[in-house]
Design a protein around this ligand. Sequence first.
Ligand code: HEM
Ligand code: SF4
Ligand code: SF4
Length: 386
Amino acid sequence: MAVGALPVQSDPTLVADIRRYGTFDGAACYQCGSCTLSCDLVDGEATFPRKSIRYGLLGLRGPMLATLDPWICHDCGDCSTACPRHAEPRISMVTLRRFLSAQYDWSGITSRLLQSRAWYLGSLISVAIFTFLLILGYHVWKVPMTVGQLATTDLGLEHMVPIITYYTLVVVLLPLALLLSRVLRVWHWTMADQQIPLSAYAAEAWTYFYQSVTHSLMRKCPEKGRWRGHWMLACGTVAMLIIKTFGLRWFQTDKIYPIYNPQRWIGYLAAGFILYGIGDILVGRWRAQKEIYKETKFNDLVFPVLIVGVVLSGLTAHVLRYCGFGLSCHYAYALHVIVATPLLLIEMSFGKWSHMVYRPLALYFRAVKERAQQQAPAPEGVPNAI
Ligand code: HEM
Ligand code: SF4
Ligand code: SF4
């Protein structure tokens, strides 16, 4: 028997594989069902979140790779609070998301980074150093100027706009292209075995965009401010990505604008949204009182800390420029590019940020499956209502 292209056989190594990505304490579970009763994602099918955890314990690698459930779980923590055995089903779902991200990545890089703190940190630092060398090389060979001149000359920001425009396109579009290449793999594992008409994919396409924009499932979280903070963070980040990719010439300028100019207030608004959202997360993780912040792994912190670094270095460059400190602004700007590059190249491609593609994708595929089931003709002699 097979799930799509994946055989259904018990694989005793699966649990050990999953545990390389974090805590997966399914053995404590005695299947009482309290987690399922507490989970607001359960609608008729009384298996959430136990099904995925069971796949792991039974060594069912094929069904595990074919499941979308860990991406649909919005990490509210109700199941862990309800669990009488302290089996921490929420944390198991977090671990499964890391495990699945690694399986989706055909290059094997995600797997290496998520299993080893040294590799993770090493890759972030290497990309940052490489970016620094690129900035240095550009000025020394392309401008050209000596390192001494570079360290003491205020060149303004506009001189780098042409090269940074191409650079930004590469560091934003490359991780997105990598993520899209994995979407094919996810589709193959989760959907390819089912005879789903193209019309179902087309009819539900809006679900992908709707979920990307609203993150509406998170609103079900009992922690009400969480959705607001996350939504503001995502809006601010996406707005900045769009401006930097398509409107850099307008945004990165040496001109001084009045406060009411959209170039300024759009930038302040986006930075404010990001800092509000990220502050909410970091304070929560620091206090570690709520169920959702009980366990903080190294890679849970890398993403928010990098975002803070990018926003603060960008704001510093902006303030220094408006205060007339052109040379210091140049240094702050270089730091901004040096922190932003690993955020985009590592975190978006291989780290936690990849969820911005996987989560809406899972919700989209689930909606497609449901639509296809509704459209399927009922078996002969059995009315549709049954
Ligand atoms: C630019 C887009 C996005 C950014 C910058 C972003 C940022 C983040 C960050 C920093 C976290 C970690 C929160 C923590 O550590 O507690 C997070 C978690 C989360 N995000 Fe996003 N996100 C984005 C897009 C999305 C989308 C499109 C969805 C859903 C459709 C989504 C759903 C979630 C959920 C459910 C969590 C909590 C579970 C988890 O930590 O994995 N996010 N997001
Ligand atoms: S509540 Fe705990 S013990 Fe009960 S089924 Fe869920 S994970 Fe298992
Ligand atoms: S963390 Fe929340 S959404 Fe996820 S399985 Fe548990 S109860 Fe359901």
